[in-house]
Write a protein that binds this ligand. Structure first.
Ligand SMILES: Nc1nc2c(ncn2[C@@H]2O[C@H](COP(=O)(O)OP(=O)(O)OP(=O)(O)O)[C@@H](O)[C@H]2O)c(=O)[nH]1
Ligand SMILES: [Mg+2]
Length: 248
């Protein structure tokens, strides 16, 4: 059986193998990607980004539980454009650590930078196609930070979630030019750790006025370690998915 056939049957190993090839020798996979493209329906892709340590991986673990309860298959790509060597490998592990147990319906994979930025976005995009073939009902892409590199990678996502935490009130001014403008949902996580008023006010100020497009970016408050606010986040993500579908 060909690698593609195995992937289409939900084989984890074959899926991992093709994603590795996409990372290591992208040009050698062009043919396989093309075959895949003919066989798949593009999967909804959720991008989760934000400064280091705000709780992105913890949130993702909680979201995975939500989707699994509904019997949805979840693919996760943890991407670190800033550390080409070891960073990427660690990222996925942190999501895995938060998971209750190994699960056939979940595929978690880390990807690190090889070469330049455009290459990473392309590799991410192709890896999403592979996960689509594997049968994912949703693919979640995690990137650290909120700089230009993350903005580039996030453009592959259909729904973009920017995660922040209390105390980052003034720092978001620095992100203004980038991710704030493409964020569909803003999450303030770790609300158990401090006052959120300042951050909320700043978010309201810079929240892009996209009413004319029919979507007002939401602000959702969560405590990922306790699972609180996750249901609201899940519902908002699904609402955005439907919004995009109707827009087409
Ligand atoms: N108090 C509190 N701690 C949290 C919350 N969510 C996550 N944490 C903790 O914050 C730390 C960082 O969480 P991660 O989920 O690894 O954060 P991250 O944004 O993925 O981190 P990087 O990938 O390194 O950028 C961990 O120790 C979590 O247990 C929360 O809502 N409240
Ligand atoms: Mg993380």
């Amino acid at each position: 059986m060909s690698l593609i056939e195995k992937i289409l049957q939900g084989d984890h190993k074959a899926t991992a193998k093709l994603i590795s090839k996409i990372e290591d020798e992208p040009t050698s996979t062009l043919k396989e990607i093309k075959v895949l493209e003919e066989r798949i329906v593009p999967v909804h892709t959720l991008g989760i980004t934000g400064p280091p340590g705000v709780g992105k991986s913890t949130l993702i673990a909680r979201l995975i539980e939500h989707y699994r309860e509904k019997n949805k298959k979840v693919g996760v790509l943890a991407i670190d454009p800033s550390s080409p060597f070891t960073g990427g490998a660690l990222l996925g592990d942190r999501i895995r650590m938060q998971m209750p147990s190994p699960d056939e319906g979940v595929f978690i994979r880390s990807m690190a930078t090889r070469g330049q930025l455009g290459g990473l976005s392309r590799a991410t995009n192709n890896a999403i196609k592979v996960l689509s073939g594997w049968g994912a009902d949703i693919v979640i892409v995690e990137t650290v930070g909120a700089g230009q590199a993350e903005v580039e990678v996030m453009r592959v996502a259909d729904t973009i979630v920017l995660v922040l935490s209390p105390g980052l009130g003034d720092d978001i001014q620095m992100m203004k030019a980038g991710i704030l403008e493409i964020g569909d949902i803003f999450v303030i996580n770790k609300i158990d750790q401090g006052e959120t008023g300042h951050l909320e006010r700043n978010l309201e100020l810079v929240r892009p006025g996209r009413e004319k497009e029919g979507w007002v970016p939401a602000i959702i408050k969560t405590i990922a370690i306790k699972g609180s606010g996750i249901d609201e986040l899940y519902k908002k993500i699904e609402k955005h998915r439907k919004y995009l579908k109707n827009k087409k």
